[in-house]
Design a protein around this ligand. Sequence first.
Ligand SMILES: C[C@@]1(CC(=O)O)C2=NC(=C\c3[nH]c(c(CCC(=O)O)c3CC(=O)O)Cc3[nH]c(c(CC(=O)O)c3CCC(=O)O)/C=C3\N/C(=C\2)[C@@H](CCC(=O)O)[C@]3(C)CC(=O)O)/[C@H]1CCC(=O)O
Ligand SMILES: NC(=O)c1ccc[n+]([C@@H]2O[C@H](COP(=O)([O-])OP(=O)(O)OC[C@H]3O[C@@H](n4cnc5c(N)ncnc54)[C@H](O)[C@@H]3O)[C@@H](O)[C@H]2O)c1
Length: 238
Amino acid sequence: MSRVDAQKHTSPMYPIFLSLEDRVCLVVGGGAVGERKVRKLLEHGAHVRLVARDLTPWLKDAADGKTLLYLGSHYAAHHMDGVDLVFAATNDETLNEHIAADAKLRRVWCNMASSPHLGSCVVPASFRRGPLTIAVATEGLSPAVARRVRQRLEEQFGPEWEPCLRFLGALRRHIQKQSRDSALNQELFRRVADLPLTEWIRRERFSEMIDAVSAVLHDLVPRDRVAWLWEKAWSTSC
Ligand SMILES: C[C@@]1(CC(=O)O)C2=NC(=C\c3[nH]c(c(CCC(=O)O)c3CC(=O)O)Cc3[nH]c(c(CC(=O)O)c3CCC(=O)O)/C=C3\N/C(=C\2)[C@@H](CCC(=O)O)[C@]3(C)CC(=O)O)/[C@H]1CCC(=O)O
Ligand SMILES: NC(=O)c1ccc[n+]([C@@H]2O[C@H](COP(=O)([O-])OP(=O)(O)OC[C@H]3O[C@@H](n4cnc5c(N)ncnc54)[C@H](O)[C@@H]3O)[C@@H](O)[C@H]2O)c1
């Protein structure tokens, strides 16, 4: 039995979206997996420290000493000082286990690439439609299934969801400013969300959509305002 087996999870994992803006992440391992993790972390505003014996060409190029700081080839526990989230992504299982154990001791969240149950978080398969993020995880049981489900959902939730959400968000803010009756607002938001908005957007039947939304919101938002909010949502998404 490995020295970290005792960490096996008994409760389901808690789904959460993290803001990594100005957070510090440590990635140990600079192969295909390390590169995938670093790319996503940088896209999400993190400062990344990297330790690995070998780096992919992309990582070599991207290590600018600022947002991506290469610390050398040998991992040491002090690399975790001031770190919020660590990725154990080498192909050396013993080293990955060691990193997971250090992270547990220091109460740093840890993503363990080779034995997921020894870490404290997993990265889901995910995609975005503007403000909508859909993420799928299998608690590490089958990343291939997570990927397949993600692909199916990508087909189901097309690009029309971005302007749709921006439109709903703008209407919601507008209504919240007009009315303090939270129960009434909730009822209206539900009725608008029940309309086949994405269907109308996909078929570019915009005036039919604006008519229907205005009919639901007639007391609070006049039609020309609904149309204006839609045009703004549409142009922001294009
Ligand atoms: C979702 C995604 C996100 C990302 O990494 O960005 C992700 N893996 C992806 C793809 C993928 N990874 C692997 C395959 C080959 C098929 C297969 O093995 O199934 C495929 C599929 C493919 O590429 O087709 C191999 C693999 N992965 C892990 C192990 C170790 C192990 O299981 O022991 C091994 C075996 C290594 C070996 O045996 O050599 C572990 C993890 N991979 C996770 C996430 C976490 C669990 C997520 C969950 O709960 O499901 C977790 C636990 C840790 C982590 O967070 O990294 C990304 C999909 C992106 C997308 O396309 O949407
Ligand atoms: N989480 C996932 O999605 C996923 C997917 C595929 C594989 N895996 C697992 O992740 C591991 C890494 O996969 P990969 O494709 O990136 O492997 P890889 O062989 O391409 O890269 C391994 C990296 O680890 C570094 N490394 C190895 N031993 C080291 C040490 N002692 N000190 C410092 N750096 C060291 C290497 O230099 C290299 O940068 C695999 O062994 C596999 O178990 C995970």
